[in-house]
Design a binder for this molecule. Structure first.
Ligand code: C2O
Ligand code: CU
Length: 515
């Protein structure tokens, strides 16, 4: 048996410093008493790894973020929520690979928060996980994140605090490639989201409702639903279905598709009745950076009248692949290029397995506006999931036998509502241990009837099969997805489902480097 390191002991190390951080001021977390058997998030090894990332001639890119209560106009409905900006997503932060990012966060929320830089292989103490890599940023507090972004690509940022992601607390981070050949004329950033906050319930209400299921309120229809082998009720012919209120949520492609029926689905912060419009000229080639910032919704994306050429997923290049539509799980990104036709075209993100869709318009010439419920035929032609793509040769991991294999059995149940990895919720889990320099294999074995987009912090893995390099990958019911990565970024790294309700109720584990 390896060393027994409980999360409680991991956290004991920082318990003494939590009080110290209660006032405004930069990173107060000292982490001095961190379990000596693990690499400390702010220790010398992390600092040396960071120093090796610096590139000669790199710049410092500064940005500020002010999470705060905001009122957003979704294109008709206005909602009170928390955001980084007064319109939709937070500021687009853009730097070149090798640049140093310096982001000052001033927390004007009534609660503590944090900022996680999703997909970036960054220094561990800047990863933004309260209780593991830093103290929470208290209400009224400040915190400065400073890190080198080593790899070009499409990333995003969001809190790692409760279910705050399900508000407007997210923004896109683009790391440009200094050597980019740039074979496109225009670039659009397209952010997909599922929206509930300010429509009569907050994400915290949604979580409370999921957790109190079993007999009351709008969750009546869910009694007896079971996503795994851990609830009390047997799975009958209802398995694979999930319900919020009266809506049944199941996808032929993904299985159980979500736990929450959202009143709105958004592209760039707009409902379909008042869509965002992107303009171009016929014949132009556009690179679209697609980000699924939703909390409980996979989206099936297509542009009416066009084919999409997928060039990247989760920042990294793939063998360019032509498709009619693609599905993005929560936390996944894809870059696609399209050659624009002449007219007005619907860019649709259909909520996979749910009722509803998000819409934007692409306009290159005169033409009427399609109805908000338009369903381009492309949505039902060739559909791909990004985990099945072939990695580009340039980013292929060399063949090597794994030094370490961790199997992560994904489990859970609706009654009570809890989600697990290897039978344990996060608070009861033991860290998965790895060592610097190892080739590590993770096997995500889904024993539930829902899909889970599994995300690893601080690394990009290769999906065994096509070899696409990714940081988030969809695992469908009864499927095992195997991924390999090199343990080259020492620290403590969250590994979790990017369904925020699953993560928050337990489907999360620490992947820890041994000292
Ligand atoms: Cu975007 Cu821990 O996640
Ligand atoms: Cu999940």
């Amino acid at each position: 048996m390896g060393p027994t390191i409980t999360r409680r002991r991991l956290l004991a190390g920082i318990a003494g410093t939590v009080g110290v951080a209660g006032t405004a001021g930069a990173a107060a977390w000292a982490g001095g008493a961190f379990d000596a058997r693990l690499v400390a998030p702010n220790g010398g090894l992390v600092a040396r790894t960071e120093a090796a990332r610096r590139r000669a001639g790199s710049r410092t890119v500064s940005a500020t973020l002010n999470p705060r209560p905001v009122t957003l106009d979704l294109g008709g409905p206005t909602v009170s929520t928390w955001g980084y900006a007064d319109s939709g997503s937070g500021p687009l932060i853009r730097a070149r690979a090798g640049d140093l990012l310096r982001v000052e966060v001033t927390n004007s929320l009534p609660v503590s928060t944090s900022v996680h830089w999703h997909g970036i292989a960054l220094r561990n103490d800047m990863d933004g996980v309260p209780g593991l890599t830093q103290d929470p940023i208290p209400a009224g507090g400040r915190h400065t994140y400073e890190f080198t972004a080593p790899d070009p690509g499409t990333y995003f940022y969001h809190p790692h605090s409760g279910v705050q992601l399900d508000r407007a607390l997210y923004g896109v981070l683009v790391i440009d490639d200094p050597d980019e050949s740039g074979r496109y004329d225009e670039e659009w950033v397209v952010v997909l989201d599922d929206w509930v906050d300010g429509t009569g319930r907050t994400p915290d209400d949604v979580l409370a409702s999921l957790q109190s299921m079993g007999g009351h309120g709008d969750m009546n229809g869910r009694s007896g639903m079971n996503h795994g082998d851990m609830g009390g009720m047997p799975m009958g012919d209802m398995s694979g279905m999930t319900m919020d209120g009266m809506e049944t949520m199941v996808s032929p492609l993904l299985g159980g598709a979500g736990d929450v029926a959202y009143p709105h689905y958004l592209i760039n912060g707009r409902i379909p009745a008042a869509p965002a419009t992107m303009t171009g000229r016929p014949g132009q080639r556009v690179r679209i950076r697609l980000v699924n910032a939703a909390s409980d919704t996979g989206f099936r994306v297509a542009l009416g009248g066009h084919r999409l050429t997928v060039t990247h997923t989760d920042g990294f290049p793939v063998a360019p692949t032509v498709t009619d539509a693609l599905v993005l799980g929560m936390g996944e990104r894809a870059d696609v290029t399209v050659d624009l036709g002449d007219g007005v075209f619907p860019l649709v993100a259909a909520a996979e397995g749910k009722a509803g869709q998000a819409l934007a318009l692409v306009r290159t010439g005169p033409g009427g506006t399609p109805p908000s419920a338009v369903r381009p035929a492309e949505l039902d032609r060739r559909v791909l999931v990004t985990g099945a793509l072939d990695g580009a040769d340039a980013v292929t991991l060399d063949r090597r036998k794994p030094d370490r294999v961790h199997r992560l059995v994904l489990g859970g149940a609706m009654m009570p509502y809890r989600w697990t990895i290897n039978g344990a919720t996060f608070d009861k889990s033991e860290p998965l241990l790895v060592r610097q320099g190892e080739r590590v294999r993770l096997e995500f074995a889904n024993q539930t009837t829902m899909f889970h987009p599994m995300h690893l912090h601080g690394h990009t893995f290769a999906v065994i099969g096509g070899g696409a390099r990714k940081d988030t990958v969809i695992v469908t019911p009864n499927q095992t997805v195997t991924v390999d990565f090199d343990a080259d970024n020492p620290g403590q790294w969250m590994t979790h489902c990017h369904n925020i309700y699953h993560a928050e109720t337990g489907m999360m584990i620490n992947l820890a480097y041994e000292a």
